[in-house]
Design a protein around this ligand. Structure first.
Ligand code: ADP
Ligand code: MG
Length: 220
């Protein structure tokens, strides 16, 4: 088993004098693991994913695929994310003035990766986005926007997928379709998955159940 994510003595606060939100002495996630990350609202799940994605940085060691993100500049972290990480943001982070197609293809704008047309077609179809593909992201319902965010995170075959409550706005059928394609891609590509959710009904799909409270010394 090889470590894909390795955290040592990580701490993070919002603002210079803020109280720490995250204090994690040690956490390792191995290649191919599927992790169901849970914990109460406000316990730092989104903050942790943003640190792993290099959107923000804390103090201490965060090693992603053998590279320490704290040693990278902001643009190096952006580059690293576009090449290696598929991130389904809790608030989606779609670009409002771009179409669905353009939003989904964004990872290819920032990385040298080549698009796999068959995979793109499959993801767009199975997530039920085909008929809306030329609409602007702002012309969609919340559930549709969440499916676009999911599609964008999957099309570039990332080694690491970080999904922040990615089914919160999906109805039953769309949730099932999303989970099916997510797990089939994770398996086919050998990706590592961290999936934040409050939905205990799906936790058995995941190999590892990680309660943030068990690794984070900051208690809420
Ligand atoms: P979760 O995703 O588990 O609900 P978050 O990581 O969003 O938790 O938040 C953890 C803590 O950090 C909360 O107390 C929240 O209020 C605080 N927090 C989150 N984002 C910010 C921010 N941008 N500025 C200041 N505090 C924040
Ligand atoms: Mg959150």
């Amino acid at each position: 088993m090889s470590a894909v994510i390795q955290i040592k003595d990580l701490s993070f606060s919002y603002g210079a004098n803020g109280k720490p939100v995250i204090q994690i002495p040690h956490l390792t996630i191995n290649k191919n693991e599927t992790v169901f990350l849970f914990g109460p609202s406000g316990s730092g799940k989104t903050t942790l994913l943003e640190i792993l994605a290099g959107v923000i940085t804390g103090q201490g060691d965060v090693e992603m695929l053998g590279q320490k993100t704290q040693n990278m500049s902001l643009s190096q972290r952006d580059q690293f994310r576009s090449e290696h990480i598929g991130y389904i943001f809790q608030q989606f982070n779609l670009i409002p003035y771009l179409t669905l197609r353009e939003n989904i293809l964004l990872p290819f704008t920032f990385s040298g990766k080549k698009m796999d047309q068959a995979l793109y077609d499959k993801v767009v179809t199975e997530l039920g986005l085909s008929e809306h593909i030329e609409k602007l992201a702002t012309q969609l319902s919340v559930g549709q926007q969440q499916r676009v965010a999911a599609a964008r995170a999957l099309v570039a075959k990332p080694e690491i997928i970080l999904a922040d409550e990615p089914t919160s706005a999906l109805d039953y059928d769309h949730r099932e379709n999303f989970l099916k394609i997510l797990f089939s891609l994770v398996k086919a590509q050998g990706s590592t998955l961290i999936f934040v959710s409050h939905d205990r009904s799906i936790q058995n799909l995941f190999e590892r159940h990680l309660n943030l409270a068990d690794v984070n010394a900051v208690k809420v």
